[in-house]
Design a protein around this ligand. Structure first.
Ligand code: ZN
Length: 262
């Protein structure tokens, strides 16, 4: 692995010693689960222009068209399984060294890996919502498709077209998630920014707030980001599925050493 071992040890000590560590995750965490970054080459946005498919205006104008993209995205998500990065973050929570995960991902993989406290900053594609307030599961809608029901899916209560419970461009971050995330990033010990380039507002403010309130920002990413050399005190470069397990293993080793009699 190319990750700098000395930096890894330093970060492990900070995480092991921290009581209020928070993770902030993005697309890079799920790449190894087979979900390409929508922005990347070959990603969803290459074939589906976000201006035509991922804005709330586009959905209101022509929901059936936008649902073509959702259906393809849904198939991608159905095939995906949590990877070593998701599992390492769940383990860190079990060890009492991770208060919560704030994720920009909509794939539900942190929850599937066993993480209990997950703030969904951009929603969750496993849920479908209607303007009337009804919530349905994506799995249930898939069953209806299999039974030959019309596309796009409609609300069982009012007949309107359902929308995945994800934040589209032009929509605000859900208020509760936003409030909770903002509270979590104030005065953390360590903020682990994993697999996120942290460029899209308002998510991009979170590391800034954490840094300005005294938190140590550690970024884990395959390449340099806007946080590198600015807000990040430490940068660990490599795939999240390699760096996170290596880090958590070290944290676990430190905690065991502290527990053992001297
Ligand atoms: Zn409805």
């Amino acid at each position: 692995m190319t990750v700098d071992e000395r930096t890894l040890d330093q970060v492990a000590r900070l995480v092991a010693g921290g009581r209020r560590n928070v993770a902030f995750t993005g697309a890079g965490v799920s790449v190894e689960s087979g979900i390409p970054d929508f922005r990347s080459a070959g990603g969803l946005w290459e074939r589906f222009d976000p201006a035509d498919y991922a804005t709330i205006e586009a959905f209101r104008r022509d929901p059936a068209k936008v649902w073509q993209m959702y259906r393809e995205m849904g198939e991608l998500l159905d095939r995906a399984e949590p990877n070593a990065a998701h599992r390492a973050l769940a383990r860190l929570e079990d060890l009492g060294r991770l208060e919560a995960i704030i994720t920009q991902n909509i794939d539900n993989l942190h929850q599937e890996a066993g993480s209990r406290r997950v703030i969904e900053f951009h929603g969750n594609a496993r849920r479908l919502v209607c303007s009337c307030g009804r919530v349905e599961s994506a799995a249930e809608v898939k069953r209806r498709w299999a039974a030959g029901e019309d596309f796009p899916p409609r609300c069982r209560s009012c007949g309107a077209v359902l929308k995945p419970d994800v934040v589209l461009f032009g929509e605000p971050v859900p208020q509760e998630a936003s409030r909770e995330a903002m509270r979590l990033v104030q005065h953390p010990d360590v903020l682990l920014a994993v697999g996120t380039s942290a460029v899209v507002a308002p998510a991009s403010y979170l590391p800034v707030v954490a840094s300005k309130t005294g938190g140590t920002i550690v970024e884990i990413n395959v390449e340099r980001t806007d946080l590198t050399g600015t807000y990040a005190a430490y940068s660990l470069f490599g795939p999240a599925g390699e760096v996170m397990p290596a880090l958590v293993e070290r944290v676990e080793g430190l905690l065991e050493r502290d527990r053992s009699p001297t």
